[in-house]
Design a binder for this molecule. Sequence first.
Ligand code: DX5
Ligand code: ZN
Length: 216
Amino acid sequence: MKFAPSLLAADFARLEEAARAVADLSDYLHWDVMDGHFVPNLTFGPVVVNALRERVSTPFDIHLMISDPQRYAPEFCVRPGDLVSFHLEAVRDPVSVIETIRGLGARVGLALKPQTPLSAAEPLISQIDVLLVMSVEPGFAGQSFLPDTLDKIRQAKALIVTKRANVEIEVDGGVNRHNVREIAQAGADIAVAASAVFGQENPRAALKALRQVASF
Ligand code: DX5
Ligand code: ZN
């Protein structure tokens, strides 16, 4: 399983230091972009993420929890191999957003809130690279993993296999060392973790431990 530590639980006054601390151990660095509209919280936007992009070479995983990804996605200076995800619930025309993100040269992720059924993503599955399954309500770090997500991951995996789609499943919210193995076994390819990495005294050790538990 791949790991994408989320800087949402890091010290925002030292984002570069936090990112660098785990960069070599991470498959992606996950950036939770929130607009105070699609979700009831505000974080950072392209100005901050772009400044950090120049300082770290690990691929970026930009999770747009914003109402207008079509407008703001192009403001992120992505590199080939970076991933940009938007929420299906936020947009009327997901195909245009997919095309916009692809046009930037990024991989395309489609994110689903816990209440959004997998069937809503089904028609788009062959056009995306990553299906981001939220296992908490988007907006805040430190929430508990919603157990129903395990079935959603299994169903997503089955759908991807049936459709022969080349899509990775990313799970985001409440991932920790007690549930990461089950999440991996359910079929997740990428795990996001904020509190379980940056909320720990030693983020590097915490990330290594997560990886180890997941691979057993
Ligand atoms: C929630 C964010 C998540 C969050 C996860 O809205 O999308 O990426 O950082 O935080 P933890 O791992 O603490 O649940
Ligand atoms: Zn996220």
